[in-house]
Design a protein around this ligand. Structure first.
Ligand code: CDV
Length: 310
């Protein structure tokens, strides 16, 4: 019997800095209800789904920064989403800013979780590739201070056994790195859930602004095909405060084909029946890792000291 996960990519439109979590959660629930009408098993929301993309502002007061973080999950603001999804029998994933304490030290992560159909958190991923910068750079049209406000995740990419398959997660900038997909695939992932907030304008190379949507699909389609896995890429899109974010949320088959794509920059759900067994079309053939991969030759790939590799 086919292992089909009816999957909804639930794109969110812009979230104003003043919008409350309760209001965002109500928007997420509206998309969840649409997903239920489509028979979805899984709904995927974007990176930092509960608030505006706050790293675009330089803030010196840590209390002001911490306002955007969640101290527990689920918390009161998000509980209605968990309850509704459980009542509808739908699993979901979403990203949020996580504030936690480890060994008596406060930590800040850019995190994403998977919740199963019973409302249990079954997977947590903390963003490994944090883009941007640490200090205020006023020459930019807007800041991208992820390196200031978050610590990079140190737990490896991993998967959860859920929805009758192996599902992994990555977050935004991770999707540009081939290592993300290969690590996930080597760990058995059949589907990667990837939320993103991607500005149209890239201050370091504005001559590439017109390529943002192309690069978005280029890296995710390549990742899907070269590793024989489903990829679900979900945007926070549209004009958020003064920043234009790309949309084009999509579901990509293991062949690299886009099989569903959002056509607006607002709250929008696109759905596809994802047969996890289709990963075999690629993994048993052109990218049969066991037969054709040559890791013993790829020593530069995992060398920590790149200088020594030359
Ligand atoms: N949220 C992100 O990780 N955004 C980056 C931008 C800054 C390039 C991205 O890779 O889309």
């Amino acid at each position: 019997m086919a292992r089909t996960v009816v999957t909804g990519a639930a794109q969110l439109g812009p979230i104003a800095r003043s919008e409350s979590r309760e209001s965002v959660v109500a928007r997420m629930i509206a998309l969840l209800e649409k997903a239920a009408a489509h028979g979805c098993d899984l709904v995927v929301y974007p990176e930092l789904a509960l608030t505006t993309f706050f790293p675009r502002w330089f803030m010196e007061d840590q209390a002001e920064v911490d306002f955007f973080f969640e101290r527990s999950m689920p918390n009161d603001a998000v509980a209605p989403l968990f309850a509704k999804a459980k009542a509808l029998g739908i699993g979901f994933s979403f990203g949020y800013a996580e504030l936690t304490e480890e060994h008596g030290r406060v930590r800040h992560y850019n995190t994403s979780i998977i919740v199963n159909k019973s409302g249990e958190i079954v997977h947590r991923y903390r963003k490994i590739h944090l883009p941007g910068h640490k200090e205020n750079e006023p020459w930019r049209a807007f800041q991208h201070l992820e390196k200031r406000y978050f610590e990079p995740g140190i737990e490896p990419f991993s998967t959860a056994d859920v929805f009758d398959g192996k599902i992994g997660q990555a977050i935004c900038n991770d999707r540009r790195w081939p290592e993300t997909y290969r690590e996930l695939a080597l760990r058995g992932a059949e589907m990667a859930l990837i939320g993103y907030n991607t500005p149209v304008h890239y201050p370091l190379a504005p001559e590439h602004d017109h390529l943002q949507c192309f690069h978005n699909h280029l890296c995710m389609q390549a990742g899907a095909y070269q590793n024989g896995m489903w990829v679900v890429g979900v945007a926070k899109a549209g004009k958020e405060e003064d920043c234009d974010l790309i949309g084009q949320s999509c579901i990509i088959a293991p062949t690299g084909e886009i099989v569903a794509m959002a056509s607006t920059l607002g709250d929008e759900l696109v759905v596809h029946d994802c047969d996890l067994d289709r990963c075999t079309e690629i993994r048993a053939n052109i990218f049969n890792f066991r037969l054709h991969r040559r890791p013993e030759i790829y020593t530069a790939l995992t060398a920590v000291d790149q200088e020594a590799v030359g």
